[in-house]
Design a protein around this ligand. Structure first.
Ligand code: GDP
Ligand code: MG
Length: 288
């Protein structure tokens, strides 16, 4: 991919300057956590963003004001709703914020993969917190996820104590089917394989950058697959997921669901037909 550039000809990927931008609209406010206790680990955040103008400022503010992450990298896929301008305004206020606007590529998987590579290159982090930018993931839950010493901590809606608020029946069914197929066809030891609220260790981020290939929503199951089949520690920790109150879901589409299912079917056939099917642990531990 092209190097990040802020000047000259229209780059494939552009970083933002900090000189202008209109103030973001604020329609939603997260609960701010108490000031996070000092950590010895270096924690960096990664936000994939596409058209989240109503919430992006609140999420960034919650992460920095409560000291939840040292640095934050936003990967925006050329949002057209004012998110880019909101990010410019946030950059002027928070120097620990880095923003990359990709102009020629789109997709949750490619955005996350690109963000993983950039995070490795830019920051000396120990743990990488990844979350959605629509306030479905409560920033105040981050310390609880970081308390779990694992290569992959999944903020889980389906583990005991986890919850989903305000989801229509259709979304519950799709999510159930996705997770059921991943758990049973791939024998992944995880109940919430589609959750985007996660903490990755640096060594797992390296592994994902070296081996992941999926460009869309199915990236979420691919990363769990890579971790579990390579014997990285995977742990679920319960979270409360609140359906977005603003903006639109980009992932609740037939196309993304189909790509997800195709990944699961491909890998499950591989498990059956290959001489040495990847072994996965029977059950991921749950955090205390
Ligand atoms: N960079 C980037 N971010 C995306 C893309 N699709 C979704 N996102 C972001 O990924 C997160 C989850 O997406 P969302 O539409 O809320 O999915 P849902 O929660 O499953 O309905 C949000 O922060 C989105 O803005 C994409 O193609 N590129
Ligand atoms: Mg969402």
């Amino acid at each position: 991919m092209a190097a990040v550039s802020s000047q000259g000809v229209q780059p494939m990927i552009s970083s933002l300057d900090t000189t202008h931008g209109s103030p973001p609209t604020e329609t939603a406010r997260p609960r701010l956590s108490r000031q996070a206790p000092p950590r010895t680990e270096r924690v960096v955040g990664l936000l994939p963003v596409l058209n989240e103008v109503e919430t992006i400022d609140s999420v960034i503010r919650a992460l920095f004001v409560s000291g939840l992450v040292e640095r934050l990298l936003v990967i925006d896929d050329n949002s057209t709703d004012g998110t880019v301008e909101a990010l410019q305004a946030a950059r002027a206020e928070f120097p620990q914020l880095d923003v990359i606007v990709r102009t020629t590529e789109r997709g949750l998987g490619t955005a996350l993969l690109y963000g993983f590579g950039e995070a490795l290159r830019r920051y000396a982090f120990d743990r990488l917190v990844v979350m959605d930018a629509d306030l479905s993931h409560e920033p105040a839950a981050i310390p609880q996820l970081l308390d779990v010493p694992a290569d992959l901590v999944i903020g889980s809606r389906y583990y005991d104590g986890g919850e989903i608020q305000n989801w229509p029946a259709g979304r519950r069914v799709i999510s159930f089917l996705a997770n059921y197929s991943a758990r049973h066809l791939l024998r992944l030891p995880v109940r919430d394989v589609t959750s985007g609220f996660r903490v990755y260790s640096r060594r797992l981020v390296r592994k994902v950058v070296a081996e992941a290939a999926c460009g869309g929503y199915e990236f979420q199951v691919e990363t769990v697959w890579l971790a579990a089949t390579s014997r990285f520690t995977v742990v679920e920790s319960p979270i409360v997921f609140v359906e977005r109150r603003a903006g639109k879901s980009k992932l609740a589409t037939w196309e993304e669901s189909w790509k997800f299912l195709r990944f699961v079917i491909d890998k499950s056939l591989l498990r059956r037909w290959s001489g040495r099917p990847p072994q996965v642990p029977r059950e991921a531990r749950r955090s205390a």
